[in-house]
Design a protein around this ligand. Structure first.
Ligand code: GUN
Length: 291
């Protein structure tokens, strides 16, 4: 049976550290870090995420403001709001909740965010800096996965990591980070041999069975079964799929757990870590703007 990696516990640990750092920063600079979130439309999952983000900010001493816009909002009006927030010196981090309504170009919007306030690290300048191994902001979900490994003492260097999924938010940046020679944490948590698999990959189970660490980020409920992993695998589940009001990951937890050495649960695994790393990035942004 695998050891279950407790994302809530590690999140609490990191959030306590952050609360202390925020307090210290505020005392020294008389500046309270502030995150502005924009929610367009009424996607139920996004409502939940945004509410969780606001609560999490309050708990570590970060100010937050939420801008709710109707789903009929024009792209130009959304860009107008982003420009206002870009220029507002009291706002350090800007987050546009995804997905956006289909008439708005996600790329156009993300390109407008001031790269020094881009706490999601979605702006091309920040994607480029990360790809070169000198990140300004580390994207939240990949960073959450990495922290789960680091803080449980799981070695990454030299391991074969198979990443399922090539999204801009998780798969692509995570694969780039793991393969780097150096990132932020010395060479223990990089220098992996990385394979990226996706919907056109042939012989997928043959590849996933080679993984020392398997990271599933495809958004298909219970896609990875015990037959697809080797004994002793470290299985990280990034999936959050809603089925009849229950959350299910991309791993078939009950069967994979029997073969894995470590496994993350859904909920309570990577999810809480993502918000925690967003809090961290908001503090990083506040520090950058005071520098
Ligand atoms: N929607 C799902 N995940 C994310 C995320 O990491 N950031 C934003 N802004 N929206 C999301």
């Amino acid at each position: 049976m695998a050891e279950v990696l407790d994302g809530k516990k590690i999140s609490t640990e990191i959030r306590q550290e952050l609360a202390r750092e925020v307090k210290e920063f505020t005392t020294h600079t008389s500046t309270e870090p502030k995150l502005a979130a924009i929610l367009v439309g009424d996607d139920p999952a996004s409502q939940v995420y945004v509410r969780n983000k606001e609560r999490a900010c309050a708990k570590v001493g970060i100010l937050s403001q939420l801008h709710r816009l109707p789903s009929s909002t024009k792209e130009s009006d959304l860009i107008g709001l982003i420009n206002e927030l870009n220029q507002d010196d009291t706002v350090h981090g800007i987050l546009v909740q995804l997905p956006l309504p289909s008439h708005i170009s996600q790329q156009n919007i993300l390109d407008q965010i001031n790269p020094y306030k881009d706490v999601d690290a979605f702006h091309p300048e920040n994607v480029g800096l990360l790809a070169q191994g000198r990140p300004r902001f580390v994207p939240c979900t990949p960073h959450g996965c990495l922290q789960l490994l680091i803080r449980n003492g799981i070695k990454v260097s030299g391991m074969h990591v198979v990443v399922l999924g090539r999204s801009e938010i998780v798969g692509k940046p995570l694969a780039a980070m793991l393969a780097q020679r150096k990132l932020l944490y010395g060479d223990e948590f990089t220098n992996a041999t990385v394979t990226i698999c996706h919907s056109r990959t042939t012989n997928l189970p043959e590849l996933t069975r080679q993984a020392d660490i398997l990271i599933a980020a495809i958004g298909h409920p219970k896609f990875v079964t015990a037959e697809m992993v080797k004994k002793g695998v470290v299985a990280i589940d990034v999936g959050i799929n809603r089925i009849d009001d229950t959350l299910v990951g991309d791993l078939e937890f009950d069967s994979v757990e029997k073969k894995a050495s470590y496994i993350t649960p859904v909920p309570g695994g990577v999810g809480p870590m993502t918000i925690t790393m967003l809090l961290k990035n908001t503090l990083v942004a506040a520090k950058l703007q005071r520098a």
